[in-house]
Design a protein around this ligand. Structure first.
Ligand code: UDP
Length: 234
């Protein structure tokens, strides 16, 4: 497939496909970054593992009625996706306190959050992805109230589907980040990825961290943790 690099992010590349104007290739890299790009390394096989995990999770969500950009997995590290315009607000959903929630509000790590908390972050490397509210999103023209209501509803539905799916595999879904896009018809659909880079996943019994926190905090066994998640999904 003849392709042209359209965008290179921290963990992925997006290509246009020459003869398929409505489709992109999303390629997963081994590169890992944390703390706004301050910590940078490669994690062996991460591209392969995150492709496998993302395509499995998107496939499961689609079977359960969630619209996504996923079309087809075409290689170990590449999936074909529908062209979308990414909504410049990252959506985080939390079931258990961890990460920035603990740091920001002093809530004890591991505390169950009932109901789940949904947060929005402005997608802006320049500004350091600040936490923001609905009002900011409308003021910046990133989404309309109707679109954001729909995004929140989809996020909570995805949360309950994923929580069940992971629970069946002895995993706790602590929190995760989603990105949405608008397709050519203006529909809001799930985009980007869902992987141990973008979720916190703990073993249900031991509460061992099996996600990017192993990289962030130098806990060791990073590749092994991603492999374990992939194994439990397949
Ligand atoms: N997250 C992400 N990309 C980001 C920020 C957060 O995928 O740019 C994910 C992160 O992996 C975690 C959840 O969103 O699963 C909540 O992250 P948090 O706000 O606790 O921030 P962090 O601890 O990553 O700074």
């Amino acid at each position: 497939m003849e392709r042209k690099l359209l965008y290179e992010g921290k963990a992925k590349r997006i290509y246009e496909i020459k003869d398929k104007p409505g489709l992109y290739i999303q390629e997963f890299k081994d590169d890992a970054t944390a703390f706004n790009g301050l910590k940078k390394e490669q994690i062996k096989n991460k591209g392969i593992l995150n492709t496998s995990i993302t395509t499995a999770l998107f496939g499961y969500l689609m079977k359960n009625g969630i619209p996504t950009h996923f079309v087809e997995k075409i290689s170990n590290t590449e999936m074909i996706v529908k062209r979308v315009k990414i909504v410049q607000a990252e959506v985080v959903c939390r079931n258990i306190a961890a990460g920035s929630l603990v740091k920001r509000y002093g809530i004890e790590e591991g505390k169950e959050l009932k109901p789940p908390i949904v947060e929005y972050y402005f997608k802006s490397d320049e500004l350091g992805d600040p936490l923001f509210t609905e009002a900011h999103i409308y003021e910046l023209g990133l989404a309309t109230p109707e679109e954001l209501d729909h995004i929140k509803e989809l996020t909570l539905k995805i949360n309950s589907l994923l929580k069940t799916f992971f629970a069946e595999r002895k995993l706790l879904l602590v929190d995760f980040k989603l990105e949405y896009g608008k397709d050519d018809e203006g529909n809001i659909i799930l985009a980007d990825e869902i992987s141990p880079d973008t979720c916190r996943l703990w073993d249900s019994e031991t509460r061992m961290k099996l996600d990017k926190d192993r990289f962030r905090f130098n806990l060791g066994g990073v590749e092994e943790a991603y492999e374990e998640i992939n194994k439990r999904l397949s």
